[in-house]
Design a binder for this molecule. Structure first.
Ligand code: PLP
Length: 358
């Protein structure tokens, strides 16, 4: 079976340190959970980084940090895994879906601008499948109107715009370390920011409300900490992330050169963008039924999946808000994610696609 992704982490990469963790008996709040956020900050160029249990808890905490609640509107990129909008809904705010570009799959800046209202409390921009195209424009538009931007970069570690890495662009950026991502800790997440005014909030709230200085419970809070072993896994993968991305970008080019002649259209990135290729996604040729193609590939032993979801078209949101975004919905129905991992023979996958098209 050709799988969609294989983790880049090997047991041997962390064996020695793992033994050290077991020897010490320190499974939480030790050297690795201190070092991992420091290394994330260093890698992304952000001033501050905080660990969380997932991108979902990171996004939720960011909305809390901005004081989002009932009566507020939050602008949300439509094309994303529903975790993005779920946290808005959970806090009682109203999600306002913003449709996306059929080329980059990201929030359309002019549509966003039209939807900013006096009730807008925040904008959640999604780096669709790792692609940060347009985040610079969205930050500019939102900041001109006093709206803070949370970047859902669950998929985008290692991507950049110009010479600024994702993590140091928006007010708040959230990452995921789920196994479908380029760095996996099993589960896990992080928040980065350049803003000093959020430091106290995250430091205290992520750790039961305790002040790191006095240890006093100065507020109420939560436990969204990551344990030592997952942090060790993350540190190890961060060290080889750039090489992993280079290989994935190479495989994406192979895919594009073999699939474009068949009519497949690759996700586009702006010229100033370095895309980490967390997922390699194509819009299928006109007339091709995506699910039928996926079935054919599966019978050939090739695992694929849809690009991602139109959140406004998910059952709950469709019935509550009745505001399905046409481009997001088109992408949900017509995109396919191709397998990508170290050593994959891309030609095999493309040959199977060609057989389907015959
Ligand atoms: C864009 C986006 N946001 C949020 C999430 C949620 O991430 P996690 O599983 O770490 O909560 C995902 C997961 O796939 C995602 O793709």
């Amino acid at each position: 079976m050709i799988r969609l992704i294989k983790p880049y982490l090997q047991q041997a990469d962390i064996e020695a340190e793992l033994e050290g963790i077991f020897d010490s008996g320190i499974f939480t709040k030790g050297q690795y959970s201190k070092a991992f956020p420091e290394k994330i900050a260093q890698y992304t160029g952000a001033k501050h980084a905080f660990l969380t249990t997932s991108a979902t808890t990171a996004l939720w905490m960011c909305l809390k940090a901005l004081g989002v609640g009932e009566g507020d509107e939050v602008l949300v990129s439509d094309f994303s895994f529903p975790a993005t909008v779920n946290v808005v809904e959970d806090l009682g705010a109203t999600p306002v879906f913003v449709d996306v570009s059929l080329e980059t799959y990201n929030m359309l800046p002019d549509v966003l601008e039209e939807k900013i209202s006096p009730a807008t409390k925040a904008c959640m921009f999604v780096d669709a499948l790792g692609n940060p195209s347009g985040i610079d424009k969205v930050v500019e538009i939102c900041h001109a109107k006093g709206v803070p931007v949370i970047e859902d970069a669950a998929c985008a570690i290692g991507s950049s715009v110009g010479d600024v890495r994702v993590g140091a662009i928006a007010d708040l950026t959230c990452f995921s370390f789920h196994p479908r991502k380029l760095i996996t800790c099993g589960e896990g997440g992080a928040i980065t920011t350049n803003r000093d005014d959020f430091v106290e909030f995250f430091t205290n709230k992520l750790n039961h409300g305790a002040s790191p200085v006095t240890g006093e419970y100065v507020t109420y809070g939560y436990n969204f900490r990551m344990a030592e072993i997952p942090c060790l896994m993350g540190i190890s993968q961060l060290e080889k992330l750039d090489a992993v991305i280079e290989e994935r970008r190479y495989q994406q080019q192979q895919y594009e050169s073999l699939l474009a002649p068949l009519g497949f259209i690759a996700q586009k990135a702006d010229e100033n963008v370095y895309h980490n290729m967390q997922s390699i996604v194509f819009t299928v040729p006109e007339g091709v039924e995506r699910n039928d193609l996926a079935r054919f590939l599966r019978e050939d032993g090739i695992e694929t999946t849809i690009g991602t979801y139109s959140q406004s078209a998910c059952q709950y949101y469709r019935s509550k808000y009745n505001d399905v975004q046409p481009n997001g919905y088109f992408l949900q129905e017509h995109t396919i994610t191709m397998p990508c991992y170290g050593g994959l023979d891309v030609k095999l996958v493309c040959e199977s696609c060609a057989r389907y098209m015959d």
